[in-house]
Ligand binder design. Sequence first.
Ligand code: ADP
Length: 481
Amino acid sequence: MRLNDPSLLRVDSYVDGNWLAGKRRFAVTNPATGEVIANVADLGPAEVTAAIDAAVTAQREWSKRTAKDRAMIMRMWYDLVMANAEDLAVILTTEMGKPLAEAKGEVAYGASFIDWFAEEARRVCGDVLETPQADKRLLTLKQPIGVFGAITPWNFPIAMITRKVAPGIAAGCACVLKPAEQTPLSALALAELAERAGLPSGVMNIVTGMNAPAIGQTLCDDNRIRKMTFTGSTEVGRILMRQSAGSVKKMSLELGGNAPLLVFDDADLDKAVTGAMMSKFRNAGQTCVCANRIFVQDKIYDAFAKQLAEATKALQVGNGLTEGVEQGPIIDNQGLAKIERHVEDAIGKGANLLTGGKPHALGGTFFEPTVLTEMTSDMQLFREETFGPVAALFKFSDEEDAIAMANDSEFGLAAYLFTENAARLFRVSEALEFGIVAVNTGIFSSEVGPFGGLKNSGLGREGSKYGIDEFLEIKFVCVGI
Ligand code: ADP
């Protein structure tokens, strides 16, 4: 890996301000080439408990600092992340596969949470309440929840960390974070930069390891961890919630999605195709907000399908580090197998293949950008998130039917709709049972908008002015005078 600053490539865990080698190592591979890039510390429960000890001690001091003091360190961290954006993007693409341009976008997006929550730290305010009794005075204090555990996925190796850690440390909490085993190097590079920024030892601990269930259990079982924040599958989210029941932890869960994208007859066709391409093929379809089910109204259906297929055929597939590549590899063989299963199932049940549909000639885990039409609700893709570059088109004629089909899912994270009719825009946005509705655009994420889902897509909101509340307790103080 060619980096301007090779010392950003850390391979040991970061616990209490020390780089911890652990007793074992595990291999991290480049999904574009299959090559081993690094052998990373493989920690077990005893080391995770030591990290919790460090976080508990560090949090006492950290929470006593002024918000401005915490914000200044965070601002320095932000500056360092941006100054090292090139290297961070190379590390990210090498371990995860997404095109370098997307990786650079993720670094800036990830950094924006550090900047934003450094500012929000200074705007945490309690209240003085109007008293119902003349001899009492009533106040609320907002205080950090304490030490939190965080578990993050591989598809956004930087942004999913900063979106959790930044509001937490801004609020005066400390954390023990386990990054995905596929992408620990981005997490460790972030820790290196946090250390350079002056973040005190123990405030952010990064524990790497292969045995995710054991690490997760250790975090959930520990009474001193007062909150768990997780992004990943609904299945693992449920496990963490169950395991956290014993110590009644506060939970933030960003789980699976099955995003519908609705294109109405009155949509601007070019805008709809561009939006669908961005939503569907970003990160090779491996995001929890990628359009999974594309519902198109009958009059515009054929034109939309033709234009989408042309744009899909033009996508450049290859190693994310190669200039001009727009779609990298799928993260691993398991991910690839699910995509193949969904496509085979759909074709077997009558779907029509407009382009793609099979593993790419490049081999490995590359998959052809694919468009399927004539999709129906009995196909696996309708119920399950494909997490791959497969655009699946369903036809509808009636607005109410489209809304009913879109809502016919256990998930409720993001939905998209394309229409130029203002009344429909409001009517459909209100009817969709999703935490996020994007209208006439395929991209909505920023540090300013609240990100989170309904139903089995999770609990809580990340980013935005609401994000810091997830890490604060409200204490009521009643003073007799
Ligand atoms: P994905 O299928 O996208 O990899 P997962 O939910 O399996 O999603 O993984 C998200 C994160 O959860 C990763 O960091 C992974 O190591 C971790 N993880 C997986 N299984 C467990 C578990 N039983 N307990 C705690 N963490 C887990």
